[in-house]
Design a protein around this ligand. Structure first.
Ligand code: SAM
Ligand code: SF4
Ligand code: SF4
Length: 333
């Protein structure tokens, strides 16, 4: 039986942050001046073990959990991640198990992840242009590493999507080339409006390119875009297709918020449940796990957290921009 919050939204998706560390320093997520060597990452002993994470997943499957997404930080920095996927897959053959990764370590781990039961992968890639890729990610890595990993994933039959954060004056002139590169390969590109997550990324509305503006540029090049009916009401992206049938998604958290259909909970790497990406406070479940709690105990705790949920941050953004928010690399994007 699905648990519903105060706005009748069921808990269907769980995003699990498996680490708060990352091998990139995207300016919009972990700017280097804040995430430098003085930054205090979570101590190892605070981070949930695979068994503890699996206990949370097990607790939520009978409540209607449909999908888990492994994220972070960079999830592939967590050693033996395929083991976690294998353990989650053993809980349910039907569960949709996805990962969001920057792709730098993907090729190396791909076969193990696939064999362990991963359903699909979302690769974040902001530009094909070396200079823009390196400056947005504040990295010396070359985008060809990510492209090779995308090829490899497609070759073994793993469905791939691309996430591209669009920032005004940085990569907004390249939305057409992203679709030209991936459309013919049937890889959907999802453009994400630059969001005001956390407190360190210097977010400003002036740097946001609205999905409407992106659609206009794309339509000038590809012709009219046709909106596609959502497969699930809770899908985060609004999907359109070009006349060639290429799929383009838009995650319009700023200009067209989708809180009304938000069915996602987040589990931070140190075992707190967050009911909104923009929460300033999580609710600890690690304590219950470490006191020998069973999936039944966890299920009860999360039920009461979810049933009290009122979050609608994106819809109320203007009233709340000044409040303290947790960083996305910690809570899981
Ligand atoms: N490191 C992995 C990656 O980059 O794919 C997973 C974690 S990352 C926090 C998850 C997603 O959040 C990425 O697609 C990233 O582009 C997106 N993201 C991070 N900060 C963002 C921001 N300020 N606005 C919009 N999207 C953001
Ligand atoms: Fe790392 Fe992903 Fe954040 Fe970039 S978006 S800094 S790759 S966690
Ligand atoms: Fe869900 Fe919070 Fe995002 Fe609204 S702002 S869609 S409630 S995560």
């Amino acid at each position: 039986m699905a648990i519903e919050d105060t706005h009748n939204r069921p808990l269907l998706d769980l995003r699990i942050s498996v680490t708060d560390r990352c091998n990139m320093r995207c300016r919009y997520c972990m700017p280097r001046e804040h995430f430098d060597r003085n930054h205090r990452y979570l101590p190892k002993e605070d981070i949930l073990s695979f068994e503890e994470i699996v206990c949370v997943v097990k607790a939520l499957i009978p409540q209607g959990l449909r999908k888990v997404r492994l994220t972070g930080g960079e999830p592939l920095l967590r050693r033996d991640l395929h083991e976690l996927i294998h353990q989650i897959r053993s809980c349910s053959p039907e569960l949709d198990i996805a990962i969001t990764t920057n792709g730098l370590l993907l090729k190396k781990h791909l076969n193990q992840l696939h064999q362990a039961g991963l359903s699909r992968v979302t690769v974040s890639l902001d530009s094909l242009d070396e200079k823009i890729f390196q400056s947005m990610g504040d990295t010396k890595a070359h985008p060809s590493i990510v492209l090779d990993a995308i090829d490899a994933a497609q070759n073994i039959g793993l469905p791939v999507k691309i996430n591209t954060v669009v920032k005004k004056g940085v990569n907004d002139q390249h939305v057409v080339s992203m679709v030209e590169a991936f459309g013919p390969r049937n890889i959907p590109v999802r453009f994400i409006e630059f969001m005001d997550v956390g407190t360190t990324n210097d977010w400003n509305l002036e740097n946001v390119v609205s999905a409407d503006t992106m659609r206009s540029s794309l339509a000038r090049h590809f012709g009219p875009l046709r909106p596609r009916q959502p497969i699930h009401k809770s899908d985060v992206a609004n999907v359109y297709t070009t006349k060639e049938g290429w799929s383009i998604g838009f995650i319009e958290s700023i200009t067209n918020p989708f809180c009304g259909d938000c069915t996602r909970a987040r589990l931070s790497a140190n075992g707190s449940i967050y009911t909104c990406l923009f929460s300033n406070k999580g609710q600890d479940v690690r304590g219950i796990l470490r006191m020998g709690g069973t999936p039944g105990d966890i299920s009860q705790a999360i039920q009461s957290i979810w049933m009290n949920r009122t979050d609608r941050y994106s819809e109320r953004r203007t009233e709340q921009t000044k409040r303290l928010k947790v960083e996305m690399s910690y809570i899981g994007g």
